[in-house]
Design a protein around this ligand. Structure first.
Ligand SMILES: [Cu+2]
Length: 143
């Protein structure tokens, strides 16, 4: 029982930190996932802040919540919005931020392994060119 309590407390801590996880050098702000049904897709939005003196490249994002996770960009061609994968990743300039937001760059959770409802949370890993991978817990919210 005591062990379970400790695990619960740890989860609570992770939850409390989920909106602003920080290594001091790379900060994750306001990350949230959209709801979605099992087998369908959802999106991840949020802001990464690079507090270092060097550009940092976000190469890939992974999550056990989905079979495939891709960085996407929404582009408008002749008034039609289309999503394109961005396999090369995105560069966050030094002392600057990079935003994933609706209608722009976003992270796509493809083929959800389970349905995501508002209030759920998922684990997400970000891998970078220079820095070690960062793991954060992201809440499911209405966009
Ligand atoms: Cu997309």
């Amino acid at each position: 029982m005591k062990r379970q309590g400790a695990v619960g407390f740890l989860l609570l801590l992770l939850w409390a930190c989920s909106s602003s996880d920080s290594t001091g050098e790379l900060e994750f702000r306001n990350f949230r996932a959209t709801p979605g049904k099992e087998g369908f897709n959802a999106a991840l939005y949020g802001v990464i802040e690079n507090n270092t003196d060097f550009p940092e490249t976000l190469r890939t994002v992974t999550s056990p919540a989905a079979k495939v996770t891709e960085i996407h960009r929404t582009v408008h061609t002749d008034g039609i919005a289309m999503m394109q994968p961005v396999p090369e990743g995105v560069v966050i300039p030094p002392h600057s931020t990079f935003s994933f937001r609706p209608g722009d760059y976003h992270i796509m959770l493809i083929q959800l392994r389970r349905s995501l409802s508002v209030g759920d949370s998922i684990e997400v890993a970000f891998s970078f060119a220079r820095k070690p991978s960062q793991y954060i817990v992201v809440s499911v919210k209405r966009r």
